[in-house]
Design a protein around this ligand. Structure first.
Ligand SMILES: [Zn+2]
Length: 278
């Protein structure tokens, strides 16, 4: 990602108050709202045309709004069937390709499912697939950080340990820390002390520089013993975002924090206002 010396706040996709509701209007709306970033949502598997992507990149450049991209939900780099595996590689590649063309500096996606296989085998498979994707990106001159996301369920690849290990092993891979998913996995990780320990772990494994180039997600969240159920607005959930923001500030964490609450821009403003007032 491009260097940044503060924490930037943005929305997961086009803000609701953008008119029309597309990426170009969304970026302009974020500028008006005093927000900093937007994640392009390719979650349903549709990508912009090349012309549209270039237009998006132009508006982002003009407004200074920073962009990232989220890949389709149906990526499973551990899929057993070769066609499904190949389709997943393609979706990850396209996310990077269209993301980069649109001016995104990083991409994130949920890397895969365990399908009841031994976790060590799945880790090895997904690491190899990610390495293959990095190779394809570099052959095509596509320069974006690839950030597997910390996921909200134990059945999905993407615990804190897994994404930090794969980030350590492969240059070009960095974590996407979704604080709400982390909380939803166990019901824990919702206190200052626990937030601090996550940052200490990131620092220990990936070094201090990683803390200055973080990509993170945050929203309210509903969860059960099986993990994430659905995203909620911040103040409708138990997510302790105030202490989290305090810990991020105390640690001088820099990068991009994307708000994934249903009321996208309202909650993003709540986060930015609280952070700025600290
Ligand atoms: Zn996600």
């Amino acid at each position: 990602m491009k260097p940044v010396d503060t924490l930037l706040f943005g929305t997961a996709g086009t803000p609701h108050s953008a008119e029309p509701r597309d990426s170009v209007a969304g970026i302009e709306r974020l500028k008006q709202l005093g927000l900093d970033a937007m994640e392009l949502e390719y979650v349903r598997g549709t990508f912009p045309s090349k012309n549209k992507a270039r237009e998006i990149a132009g508006v982002a450049r003009k407004t200074g709004i920073r962009l990232t991209a989220h890949g389709p939900y149906f990526i499973n780099l551990n899929a057993v069937e070769p066609e499904k595996r190949e389709a997943s590689r393609k979706r990850a590649f396209n996310t990077a390709n269209y993301g980069a063309l649109s001016g995104a500096e990083s991409i994130t996606f949920h890397a895969g499912f365990f399908l009841k296989q031994p976790p060590e085998d799945v880790y090895r498979t997904i690491r190899e697939e990610l390495s293959g994707i990095l190779g394809r990106l570099s052959e095509n001159g596509i320069d974006v950080d690839v950030r597997p996301e910390l996921t909200g369920k134990e059945t999905q690849f993407g615990s804190l340990d897994e994404i930090l290990s794969v980030s350590k092993e492969l240059a070009g891979i960095h974590p996407c820390i979704d604080w709400s998913h982390l909380h939803a996995r166990s019901g824990k990780c919702n206190t200052s002390k626990e937030f601090q320990s996550v940052l200490d772990t990131v620092r220990n494994i990936l070094g201090d520089s990683e803390i200055r180039q973080m990509h993170m997600h945050l929203s309210g969240i509903e969860y059960t013993g099986k993990g994430e159920r659905k995203h909620l607005d911040l103040d409708e959930s138990d997510m302790n975002y105030r202490d989290l923001l305090r810990v991020l500030k105390d640690n001088d964490v820099c990068g991009i924090l994307i708000c994934e609450s249903p009321s996208l821009e309202d909650d993003a403003r709540i986060l930015k206002d609280f952070y700025t007032a600290l």
